[in-house]
Ligand binder design. Structure first.
Ligand code: HEC
Length: 100
């Protein structure tokens, strides 16, 4: 069983760390909090578009860092008081349309 769990973690690192209940909270946060600047449909507003198309070439690690640290000198705030690295990666995947 142990090795099976390890295999699962290797195959789905981001997914394995986020419980479904937490994923629902994160999804809501993207809509409500990120949506206030990036638009409810993420097509952009004060912040840039965050659609899967707009982020198709963006690196998930890079996106997670922007989400955690914000963009200094712009309205994009750091979310690290609210999110773990794994959660920021989950959001990056979610924005890129790569979560179930
Ligand atoms: C108060 C407004 C505001 C909120 C809330 C906000 N953002 Fe932003 N965000 C911005 C702005 C403005 C930029 C553009 C910064 C720049 O000019 O480089 C940005 C940039 C970004 C980028 C980089 C996009 C790119 O193409 O480089 C990502 C990713 C991002 N935001 C994700 C998020 C996520 C995820 C949330 C919610 C957890 C969020 N933002 C909430 C204002 C906001």
């Amino acid at each position: 069983m142990r090795s099976l769990a390890a295999l699962f973690l290797l195959a789905f690192p981001a997914l394995a760390e986020i419980a479904p209940e937490r994923a629902a909270v994160l999804e809501h946060m993207v809509l409500q909090d990120c949506g206030s600047c990036h638009g409810l449909t993420r097509k952009g507003g004060l912040g840039r578009p965050l659609t899967a198309e707009a982020l198709a070439h963006a690196d998930r690690e890079g996106l997670a860092l922007i989400i955690l640290d914000g963009v200094p000198g712009t309205a994009m705030p750091p979310w690290n008081p609210l999110l773990t690295k794994a959660e920021a990666l989950w959001i990056a995947d979610y924005l890129k349309g790569e979560t179930p």
